[in-house]
Design a binder for this molecule. Structure first.
Ligand code: BGC
Length: 704
């Protein structure tokens, strides 16, 4: 029997010493230390020790000798008092330190498509080891912002559009990282899903949207024991999130009982000494601009109560002491950074996440015996494309490009390459070849972290930004439409951090493979899937509509943005709009049948189960999904929402029993009138299946 869902523990527990209980055992010691410190000393713990000038020079330096984030950035620390510094390392694509050393995993969006919480926990462990290898003690790579519109340039850093799934994946990364006694920092709290406007926008939404759509995944990570959280740059209801009494003090620390520390997003996340300190900010990263002396004076002037400073110092000391003392094991860089096991894990993730969306006439997999020549078309076919060039940029020893991957995997197949700038040349090679592969989509120029020069002290660290339209580049669309029909043995491989519109060109190729940004081994895995050495099993962590206008629209360059309750698949379902590809969808080279569904509930959990059989001829994996529906609700609720999932590996002909569970807690709605979560006592629809499409689901009901 295979169990999955939020009710069950998955993954490994090895070394997992630094959990909340352990951290709380440092309470008395931390209090004593706080009492022994002067005001100046306490405040010194609340600021980063890096400088803006250093960052500027890193941003413009030659990558090989220096780069942003090359070493852990320190904050606080008082050696003589036994207080360790916080040593900050960024992510989530892996560890951003060093050059040519660390492992570049696929971006989180691809990892979201694996729906594999156990794998994400193992990735967390590997990352934890690499953080330790570079001398860090905090990993700020648990990015779980929910892309309200998929054009958000940093969507690649998060796991998908669905809050429940974001919570499960984020919590798994937290557990993995912290099992190596590295504090996991969850970011960016909260409502950070626009890039171009991130430094100025004020987000607003109603209470139910806040509580049911944008905050639950943060709580899931806190409940999983995350020891740190990063406040976001944007404002929420007019207040800077790094100063936000409601978000930081009331919700996070009081309601959710968060025991760790808050840090600001870098340099521009704190804008006012008094507001930030009173609002619950604990560490101003990564340079001290508004805290430090200014904060000491604000306390002396009576504008910030010293108790606020004590609380911050206490949280910082307790957490860092616990992580530092949890184990003193050495993690030599030569042994841990970018080691064989970690690179194998990066490859495993790419194998499990790359998603096959279309495979008409079973054009894929290509047969090595008959495909003797392959036309590879598109500039990305020869490029190292692993994601944006912002703070999450990892510098691995190598990146396998798609063309190199094809050479490695299909050594006897001749590759005819053209970059696609001349469609006639592309047609000519497509005509000659036995199969055609277009590699199209985005790279760091098209989407990613963005810092505008005018807004931020002349600092320009990254290009990218949000996508103003969600389609491929015009020339790529033209290329596929003109060249695709020349050879029907054709596939389009897409690179990108989130949904890419396909309506316009999808009929011009027979196969579509979403590769996201597949990490340092990505080229090999793309080729393995194209030639059938690996059976694809990724599932879309977002919906793909026929029309962009079916999604919520945002103004990317704005001072204020309203978020509605519905987005992604819940919006389309509520409005009765058929998507091009539903949430949770992905094909395989084998077939599966789901039968014998059972649904039941007790006072704590709801359960869905079925038999899953691989009815085809190849081994493969299926992601079984559980959704809960609310037809009988008396309030406005989604048609259905994801409430559990489980990956199952099956040999040809094999059958397994699957059970998925979810706490009843997760079925509640937030009543703004009572400011509380309420369970509706009614009949719920419950579904188990292979995507969110009704056709792929078995249905039943449960009564609560
Ligand atoms: C990003 C954060 C990142 C920080 C440090 C900021 O610009 O928004 O996600 O952790 O830089 O690199």
């Amino acid at each position: 029997m295979y169990f999955g869902g939020s009710g069950k523990e998955v993954g490994l527990k090895e070394n997992a010493k630094c959990n909340k209980e352990y951290r709380l055992s440092f309470t008395d010691r931390a209090k004593e230390i706080v009492e022994s410190l002067t005001l100046n000393e306490k405040v010194s713990l609340m600021g980063g020790n890096w400088s803006l000038e250093k960052m500027m020079s890193e941003a413009t330096a030659n990558e090989s000798d220096n780069h942003y984030n090359k070493v852990p950035y320190p904050a606080g620390g008082i050696e003589e008092k036994g207080i360790p510094p916080m040593l900050f390392v960024d992510g989530p694509r892996g560890v951003v330190c060093g050059t040519g050393e660390s492992t570049c995993f696929p971006v989180s969006m691809l990892r979201g498509a694996t729906f594999d919480t156990g794998l994400e926990e193992r990735i967390g462990q590997a990352i934890g080891e690499e953080v330790r290898a570079f001398g860090g003690n905090t990993f700020a790579g648990v990015c779980i912002n929910l892309p309200y519109n998929p054009g958000w340039g940093r969507s690649q850093e998060t796991y998908g559009e669905e809050s429940f799934h974001l919570g499960q994946m984020g919590a798994s990364l937290v557990k993995g990282v912290q099992s190596k006694n590295v504090a996991a920092c969850v970011k960016h709290y909260a409502f950070n899903q626009m890039e171009i406007s991130r430094f100025k926008v004020s987000v607003d939404c109603d209470k139910r949207t806040e509580r049911e759509v944008f905050l639950p995944h943060f709580k899931d990570c806190i409940d999983a024991g995350a020891a740190s959280i990063m406040s976001s740059y944007n404002r929420y209801k007019g207040t800077q999130c790094g100063h936000h009494d409601y978000l930081l003090n009331q919700v996070l620390k009081e309601e959710w009982d968060f025991d760790g520390f808050v840090m600001s997003d870098f340099i521009w996340g704190v804008k006012d000494t008094v507001e930030a300190a009173n609002g619950g900010q604990n560490i101003e990263m990564c340079c001290t601009r508004y805290f430090g002396d200014k904060l000491v004076k604000a306390v002396q002037d009576g504008l910030v109560p010293e108790s606020r400073i004590d609380d911050a110092a206490f949280r910082i000391i307790r957490t860092l002491l616990a992580f530092t003392e949890a184990d003193k094991e050495d993690y030599p860089k030569e042994k841990f950074a970018g080691n064989k096991e970690h690179i194998a894990l990066a490859k495993e993730a790419a194998r499990k996440g790359i998603t096959l969306l279309k495979n008409d006439h079973q054009v894929l997999p290509f047969d090595k015996a008959t495909v003797k020549t392959i036309a590879l078309i598109g500039k990305l076919g020869k490029k190292e494309v692993i994601g944006d060039w912002g703070s999450s940029r990892v510098f691995p020893a190598y990146v396998v490009t798609p063309i190199e991957g094809l050479k490695n995997v299909a050594a006897d197949t001749q590759i005819l390459y053209c970059n696609g700038s001349n469609p006639e040349e592309a047609k000519e090679i497509a005509r000659k070849a036995d199969a055609v592969v277009f590699v199209v989509g985005y790279d760091h120029d098209d989407e990613g972290e963005y810092i505008s020069e005018s807004e931020n002290d002349g600092y320009t660290g990254a290009i990218g930004g949000d996508r103003l339209n969600l389609g491929l580049h015009e020339d790529e669309i033209r290329l596929i439409k003109e060249v695709g029909p020349v050879n029907s043995n054709s596939a389009a491989v897409l690179m990108g951090g989130n949904m890419i519109m396909m309506t316009e060109w999808k009929d011009s190729v027979n196969a579509i493979l979403m590769a996201y940004y597949p990490g340092m081994e990505g080229g090999n895995v793309i080729a393995e899937i194209l030639f059938g050495d690996v059976n694809p099993s990724g599932k879309l962590p977002f919906v793909i509509p026929y029309k962009e206008s079916d999604l919520p629209q945002v103004n990317w360059d704005t001072d204020s943005q309203w978020y509605d309750y519905y987005h992604g698949y819940t919006k389309l379902e509520k409005e009765g709009i058929e998507p091009l590809f539903p949430y949770g969808f992905g094909l395989s080279y084998t077939e599966f049948s789901l039968t014998d569904a059972v649904f039941f509930a007790d006072s704590e959990n709801v359960f869905a189960g079925c038999k899953v059989k691989n009815t085809g001829l190849k081994e493969g994996s299926q992601v079984v999904q559980m959704y809960v529906g609310f037809k009988n609700s008396e309030v406005n609720r989604p048609v259905k929402i994801l409430r559990g999932f489980l990956r199952v590996d099956l040999n040809a002909g094999e059958e397994k029993d699957v059970r998925i569970s979810c706490p009843v807690e997760k079925l509640k709605w937030y009543n703004p009138d009572t400011s509380g979560w309420e369970l509706e006592h009614m009949e719920y629809e419950i579904y188990i299946g292979t995507s969110s499409d009704q056709k792929d689901l078995l249905e039943g009901t449960i009564k609560l």
